[in-house]
Design a protein around this ligand. Sequence first.
Ligand code: PMP
Length: 459
Amino acid sequence: MTATPVRNSTKALQAADARHHLHPFTDHAGLAAKGARVITRAEGVRLWDSEGRSMIDGMSGLWCVNVGYGRAELAEVAKQQLLELPYYNTFFQTTHPPVVALSEKLASIAPAGMDLVTYAGSGSEANDTIAKLVRYFWNLQGKPRKKTIISRNYAYHGVTMQAASMSGLTAMHPQFDLPLPGVVHVEAPYWYAHGGDLGPDEFGLKAARAVEKKILELGPENVGAFIGEPIQGAGGVIIPPATYWPEIMRICRQYDVLVIADEVICGFGRTGKWFGSQTFGIQPDFMTMAKGLTSGYIPMAGIMMGGRVAETFRNAGEEIVHGFTYSGHPVAAAVALRNLEIMEEEGLVDAAGGEIGAYFQAKLRAALSDHRLVGEVRGVGMIAAMELVEHKPSHAFFDPKRGVGTLCRNHCFANGLVMRACRDVMVLAPPLSITKPEIDELVGLAADCIERTAVDLGR
Ligand code: PMP
């Protein structure tokens, strides 16, 4: 018995899809003309499409399949949990064993002092939840004016009303009359694009001090929190100079502004430690977690808290009027826990922070740092980016209308590699379980597709 009708024709699938399915982040006229890519199967670091073509997935899906595809153990724990307790909620003083075990586990791997977690279904919901908890925290502190959230240009925090508002990718706002009031944006620590004559460390301080300037402009009594991804992912893998986060911490502590680390991409080993906060010296009040929490096998997100924030909510003395039907879903919790155990058993975080991460970064630099189209190769652990530029010495970008990133991405799809384009920044974030021969193959394909792009551009 099959749950979905079997169609053996890619064309039939594409036609039905174009007719009935509104895709995220997709131009539908273009899609209907071309037909969607139909992915049918995956194993390890590889995907297969409906025509039997295989691709190496350099993006772990959407930066999430940290343990790689085809993990029978995760299917097994999901099945067991579905049979034993497929659903029960965590409202009204109720819990269940999988969510208890997962919460305890997360407290054991989180940065020191973070020991309280609540759950959501996606990174967007988790960031919306945090924005509400920031308001609630300051209300409980008797500072009801302290509500504005400072975010950054190039930020991606999700697509719900508040999360899209906090995002700083400007294309995300006009279709929906965003941002909502109470969110402001400052410059990003994007040295390659905006560093000018400053060295990275100097520029990192300058970018951090844009936050201080904004706090002083708004008045510290009106600023509730600062939100930032340790590395800005969808904005183009923007890796802050080493000076940036320590200065952000100094500023936020000085003006009593809460720090939210959005770990949706950086969490669960991506940067070579469990969390990007540990890699970059961030001591957050809140952390947003999703993606790698379950390696994308099932939706789940978490909001981690510590210190005075956690104590304030523990001792609020009233019901917190917030929660989702699926907060702490038992099947998702069981899968998340097993996923974290796999990461520990196989040493995947240590590998990303050690030999495999170093190998990946070194191979990419060796293959592409000197390429005439590549202005910079940057990365840490198992996340990396290549800036495709018109003029290397001046860091001059191509006219965005030329769609150079998309051109390169299309070569990748045609040649068996999933590599994402964020503007003209080519981005890689493969599963942490990738092997050295697979890295060789991935880097070879990436270099080949960047070369094809250069040839297309007449370079
Ligand atoms: N925050 C960050 C840093 C993200 O990268 C994403 C998703 N790419 C989100 C939040 C939103 O997560 P979701 O798509 O699960 O809502």
